[in-house]
Structures are given as C-alpha cells and as structure tokens.
Design a protein around this ligand. Structure first.
Ligand code: OGA
Ligand code: NI
Length: 367
C-alpha cells in the first residue's frame, strides 16, 4: 500500500518512521548526532510539553535520598541491625538509597566509567556491536524501545548479559572493557548478595531467603551514555519509569541528572563520589507484597557534559519456569496477597508492550 502523503497525519508518521530508521542506521547513537555539531534537538527526541516540566517542580525541596553506611554489617550485630532497619525504611519510604563503605574499590568504579567513555568514543566498535537482537549478549544501541515509544531518549546504551547459569565467556567482551567489566561485575554481584541478605532480614526472613529465590540469577549490566544536549529542556535521558527487575545497583558519575519521585516532587539523587545508588525494582515490590517500593525515576540531560552511568540489574531468567508472587511467609490473616503469581516471561512482555513511558506495570498483576 502506498502511503498517501496528502494526509498531514500520515505524512508526519511517515517522516518520523523514516527519521527513526535513518537514526538507527547510523549505528553511532545520539553521540553520533551530537558529533555532527547539531545545534537543535531533532524532532524524534522532542517530548510533548505536558510531559516535560523539568524545572518547575524539581529541586525546590529539602529532600535527600537516604544514605546507608555498610561499615560493620558483617561483624557487629548491633550495627548490622541498624543497617537492616535503615535499608528497610529507605526501601519502604523511598524505594531508593545510596550505599557507602560497600567494599567495592573506588579504582574499579572509576575504571568502569572510564571504560564506558572510551567505548563511546570509538565509532567503529559501536557500529560493530550495534544490535537490537537480545540473543547477542554484548550489544550496543540507542533507545531499546526506539520503534515502540512515542519519543526517543537522549541516551545510548552498551549492554552485557553477564552472569547466570550460562556465564558470558570473557572472549565475548571487546578488549577495551574486558578485564574491568569482569572484575567490576564480580564485585557488584557480591554487593547484591549482601543487600539481598540485609533485605531478607529486614522483611523478617532468613538471611539467605531472597538469594535462594534466585533474585540475582542473571545480572544485566547496562552502561548508559548521555551525551551533552543542545536543548536539554526539550527531552529526557530517560523518562519516568520503574525498573522491571528485583534490584538495581547503579554507579553514576559525579554529574547530576537522576531524579526520584518522592511525595509528588522530583528529588535530585546528588552524586556522592564512591557511592552506589540502589533501588527496588517491580519484582521485589511484588514478592514483598508491597512492603518494598519500586519508585518512579527519570534522567535529565545537560548542556555541557556527557554523563555515564552503569546499571547492574539483578533479575531472574526470562524463561524461568517458576512463577513469582508474594512470599508466602509474608502473608498473614491481615495481609492478603496483593498480586497473582506471574511468570517472568509474561511480566517482561507486558512491561515491554507498555514502552518505557512511565506507567507502572504492577497494577496489571494485582489480584
Ligand atoms: C535505568 C536508570 C539511571 C541513570 O537505567 O533504569 O534509571 O542515572 N538509570 O542512568
Ligand atoms: Ni531505572
């Protein structure tokens, strides 16, 4: 069928599809566009006015997301209890916290962000790894939902599907980030195990409960690159969303951009050098029967500096045959299950069908 260009709506849709394809075909992402010296944000990235509201409703509050100091968690019973209480309260009230004294060497964290910068400066390697095929366990692309969402985001992503029952072979990682990625992931996975222990205790469960549930079986590492933007008020690095995983451990560079929705205001997650940002994902909200909260967040871009973040998503296998639902031990006479049991595959396809556009997928799985 020929597209009738006489209709203004069809014409604009046609142009948009053409523009998306042309952008995708460059295989160099948003940074590639910026490198051509553009002074305006291309139309495919411009959000409708009602979705923007960057400055009017943010930064005018005194909130700060909780900071958890993990020092002493392993060998001081009293301190461990304080840490457990702090993590539980942060996860209930904010869904977000930052951790310090977590045991991951600062040099490794710096090495990882440097490697991501280095990668994004190599167009040939970007083109070689550019793919939307999920079967490729090391891939680069811009906008996971490019052809589904209404507006594209100012962000490029390098993705590794790292651990799990069938670990990624080191040879599959390009040499520019091979050693650092393997070392970094090992440490962050270990931190994930510690956090799952503390969260289990906070929920009144045995320390290894969440680990036994295989909450961190695979770990997907997404290295985000947010290039500087000529008109940052017109677009987002990431629009509001929740994470479709159990837990996210995020390393952010010393540049602001991430914001969390708290009591109807956007609160900046101020970077603390050497800290990780941790947030509860949808799956942990489901299995904790709404005790732990998966909270909406977004990323703003800026005029001046590229920003790198490395998100380690702790999740479960896409084709896991065990459904997950509210933990039986947390269900009492007064606390009925809020969600039905769901297979990861069904949850993921529902989340993906919504596009990353800010609606929570959780409601769909409520009883
Ligand atoms: C994400 C995310 C925040 C950031 O990747 O889900 O929220 O600062 N990232 O990059
Ligand atoms: Ni997120």
């Amino acid at each position: 069928m020929e597209i009738g260009l006489s209709s203004p709506i069809l014409e604009s849709e046609f142009n948009r599809a053409k523009e998306l394809k042309a952008f995708d075909d460059t295989k160099t992402g948003v940074k590639g566009l910026v490198d051509t010296g553009i002074l305006k944000v291309p139309k495919i990235f411009i959000r409708p006015l009602n979705e923007l509201g960057h400055n009017s409703d943010s930064n005018l509050n005194h909130f700060q997301i909780p900071i958890i100091d993990l020092h002493g968690y392993a060998d001081d019973k009293h301190q461990r209890q304080e840490i457990v209480d702090g993590i539980l309260s942060a996860s209930q009230n904010w869904g977000f916290f930052q951790v310090v004294n977590h045991g991951v060497p600062t040099s490794l964290m710096e090495g990882m962000t440097k490697a991501v910068h280095r990668f994004n400066e190599q167009d040939d390697l970007k083109k070689e790894l550019y793919s939307r095929d999920r079967a490729r366990r090391v891939r680069f692309h811009s906008n996971v939902d490019l052809y589904i969402s209404k507006t594209a985001n100012w962000r490029d992503s390098l993705i590794f599907n790292m651990l799990g029952p069938d670990p990624l072979h080191p040879q599959e990682l390009p040499i520019v980030f091979r050693d650092i990625t393997i070392e970094y992931t090992k440490h962050v996975k270990n931190l994930g195990d510690i956090l799952f222990e503390l969260l289990s205790e906070g929920l009144g469960l045995k320390p290894d409960f969440l680990k036994q549930m295989k909450c961190a079986e695979p770990c997907n590492v997404v290295c985000n690159y947010y290039p500087p933007c000529p008109e940052p008020e017109l677009t987002f690095g990431s629009p509001l969303h929740t994470d479709p995983v159990f837990l996210t451990i995020l390393l952010q560079e010393n540049i602001a951009g991430l914001q969390v929705l708290h009591q109807d205001s956007w609160v900046d997650v101020n970077p603390i050098p050497g800290a990780f940002v941790v947030n509860i994902g949808d799956l942990l909200q489901i299995i904790s029967n709404d005790t732990l909260k998966s909270v909406k967040h977004r990323v703003l871009v800026n005029h001046m500096t590229p920003r790198v973040s490395v998100a380690c998503f702790l999740t479960t296998l896409y084709n896991a045959t065990n459904p997950f639902g509210p933990i039986k031990e947390l269900i009492t006479k007064d606390k009925h299950p809020i969600y039905r049991d769901v297979l990861m595959k069904d949850y993921s396809s529902y989340y993906a069908s919504q596009g990353v556009d800010g609606k929570s997928a959780l409601d769909y799985f409520k009883l």
